[in-house]
Design a protein around this ligand. Structure first.
Ligand SMILES: NC(=O)C1=CN([C@@H]2O[C@H](COP(=O)(O)OP(=O)(O)OC[C@H]3O[C@@H](n4cnc5c(N)ncnc54)[C@H](OP(=O)(O)O)[C@@H]3O)[C@@H](O)[C@H]2O)C=CC1
Ligand SMILES: N[C@@H](CC=O)C(=O)O
Length: 428
């Protein structure tokens, strides 16, 4: 039983989890693949850094080529992050016939097609289950579990850091900055947490999910992205009072071959299951024409959940090695995408306005909605205890994005409207 030798690029949060699982579950892994799996060498930035696991110093290197050029290494597990340098390492590894497992959504969202094509040419596997939703096996589910269906919508919480922050703000009234720091300490956040809080991490994950789910060449620039940094505690309190939770949702929709993909803070009805997905947990809803509605739930970030997906991919690569079928999966034939226009994107909206508190104001405001053919589900007017203006909270019925923008433009030009405090998409 020749051991399978793994070169691990990175020994941070996820890399440490990979070592723990490969060592801790060794006999279970061997019984599945028929060979020992050995972490042969590990790339780090700083060999002298204190580590939370015992690892022989001889295994550590600060030179990636020690691993990539080592003919003994069968599989590269990439958990170092980064884009251009990392892409170079992966392409070189593939050219040398090494299989690759990665958690790197930044790389796969931007260069996935090129990397997968290189894998195919070299008869290698590239698997990336951990790149989306941590411990939830959503990529395998989309590609294999739903291969028979036509997916019409993928909607989910796909960033653990922001869900952790929003949950703590909603349940404990915690301050945004404090909770972000906690999420970083827990190993959930990216090296640059701006990509979490500004929605880019979720957008990268939605690019991957929409590409696989719709079998179309969706690109990162097709995703309309808004993060959570502008959400106020006031917004969260309003949402709760009205029976909603604010969640950062990724939503990919397809109708008659037209696609839209977005990431945005959304008000989700408290009765919708996604509203009770809290902390670092993620959930992904997949709607298929035949299957209907399905939901997948689990830890979306962190050491052990993410490492679970990585090692599952490693097992898949080794099983393929035993069968001699690496790189033999049919190449995905992506359809040319057609993006929806704003006239084709429909949703309900929540709007919070500060307005002059005098006769006729409500009528003028509702008139603006009527003029642009946006119908209203509810309107609530109340005095604002802290100033002479009144607050108006409006929830619309489904409206197209272009019409909603026209209403907002018209409201912004009215003298009686003092401020458009917040606008959210509504789900549920
Ligand atoms: N954290 C999470 O919950 C999840 C992370 N991911 C993805 O997994 C990857 C790793 O994340 P995470 O473990 O959190 O990251 P960390 O920052 O915790 O770890 C990165 C590791 O890579 C090493 N490293 C980074 N850059 C280099 C370099 N240029 N040369 C050599 N070594 C380098 C670091 O070395 P040293 O230790 O010496 O500093 C460290 O060991 C990222 O792509 C991330 O997006 C995916 C899903 C979940
Ligand atoms: N920073 C990411 C890590 C997992 O992908 C997140 O918070 O979800």
């Amino acid at each position: 039983m020749k051991p399978i030798k793994v070169g691990l690029l990175g020994l941070g949060t996820v890399g440490t989890g990979v070592v723990r699982i490969v060592e801790g579950h060794q006999s279970d892994l061997q019984s599945q693949v028929g060979s020992p799996i050995v972490i042969e060498r590990v790339l780090v930035q700083n060999k002298n850094k204190a580590r939370s696991i015992g690892i022989s110093p001889d295994k550590l290197t600060e030179d990636a080529w020690d691993i990539i050029h080592d003919p003994e290494i069968d599989v590269i597990v990439e958990v170092m992050g980064g884009i251009e340098t990392t892409k170079g390492y992966i392409l070189e590894a593939l050219s040398r016939g090494k299989h690759v497992v990665t958690a790197n959504k930044d790389l796969m969202a931007l260069h996935g097609p090129e990397i997968l094509a290189a894998a195919h040419e070299n008869g290698c596997d590239v698997l990336y289950e951990a790149s989306v939703a941590g411990g939830i096996p959503i990529i395998r589910t989309l590609v294999e579990g739903f291969s028979s269906d036509r997916i019409t919508k993928i909607m989910g919480i796909v960033n653990g850091t922001t869900n952790y922050i929003l949950t703590k703000m909603s349940k404990e009234g915690a301050a945004y900055g404090d909770v972000l720091k906690e999420a970083q300490e827990l190993g959930y956040a990216e090296a640059d947490p701006t990509s979490d809080v500004e929605g880019l991490d979720a957008a990268r994950k939605m690019t991957i999910l929409a590409t696989l789910g719709f079998r179309a060449n969706v690109a990162l620039e097709d995703v309309d992205v808004k993060g959570i940094s502008a959400i106020s505690r006031e917004d969260i309190l309003y949402a709760k009072r009205l029976g909603y939770e604010v969640k950062l949702l990724g939503i990919a929709e397809r109708q008659d071959d037209f696609i839209s993909v977005s990431v945005q803070p959304t008000m989700v009805k408290a009765s919708h299951p996604i509203a009770s997905v809290n902390g670092v947990y993620n959930a992904v809803y997949v709607y298929g024409e035949a299957v209907g509605e399905t939901m997948f739930y689990g830890a979306g970030a962190g050491e052990m959940p993410t490492a679970t997906s990585i090692v599952a991919d490693l097992v898949a690569v080794v099983k393929n090695l035993k069968l001699g079928v690496n790189g033999k999966q049919a190449k995905l034939a992506y359809k040319e995408k057609k993006l929806k226009t704003d006239e084709q994107i429909a949703s309900k909206y929540f709007m919070l306005l500060h307005v002059q508190d005098r006769a006729g104001v409500l009528a003028r405001i509702t008139q603006a909605f009527a003029e642009h053919e946006v119908s209203l589900e509810s309107v609530l007017q109340q005095p604002n205890p802290s100033n002479p203006e009144a607050e108006i909270i409006i929830i619309t019925h489904d409206a197209n994005k272009a019409a909603a923008s026209r209403v907002l433009k018209s409201l912004a030009s009215m003298e009686v409207v003092k401020a458009i405090k917040s606008v959210y998409r509504v789900e549920g």
